[in-house]
Design a protein. Sequence first.
Length: 219
Amino acid sequence: SISNIEAKKQQFFDFLQDYVRYENGSVSDLRLQLSSYADIADSGAPLSRRERDWVIDLAIAYNVETNTTTDRVLVNELLLKVDVIPTSIVLAQAANESAWGTSRFALEGNNVFGQWCFEEGCGIIPKRRVKGATHEVKSFDTIEAAIEGYFLNINSHHLYTGFRQERVRLRQLGQHLDPIALAQGLGRYSQRGESYVDEVQTLIQQNDLRKRDRRWMEN
């Protein structure tokens, strides 16, 4: 209902920003707990049964192989995945995938990231779905659930290994999580490949989204 385009964009970003920061806070808490377990494993002491059960549950959620020989390897594998995503990237992808919150999937299913699912009835059937395809666009009860699903997707799916590797590289160099560099690892999020990466990077730059990144968290 907002007629001014710039005001509409800022309203879209403002609406989602708190949800994104909340999810980044939750991921940061998980990472902090993992780091404490990494310190235990590095000391040579075993994790307690309760601690290991918690790690195993998290590993299952993040698609990490649990048949590892040591607690240390398992925790370190998780630390590669359980990490924040700059707010600027999340907002840019949401704007791109949902047409600024106006897409059918955003309005009917709270799906602002175009996430697919593959069980019958799990979401909304695209009107222009290719003949023979079985995917649906997932429906979420809330925007919060959609953002949580997006984070888990980026942080666990093998298609975004490049994104996570770049995030680790930046951390090892002691650099902040540059969204422009990280966006290079999102080429497989869309069939548009490099063109999609360019779109996300352009959205970040043109809308000055880096100012929405919390440096204390996302670095």
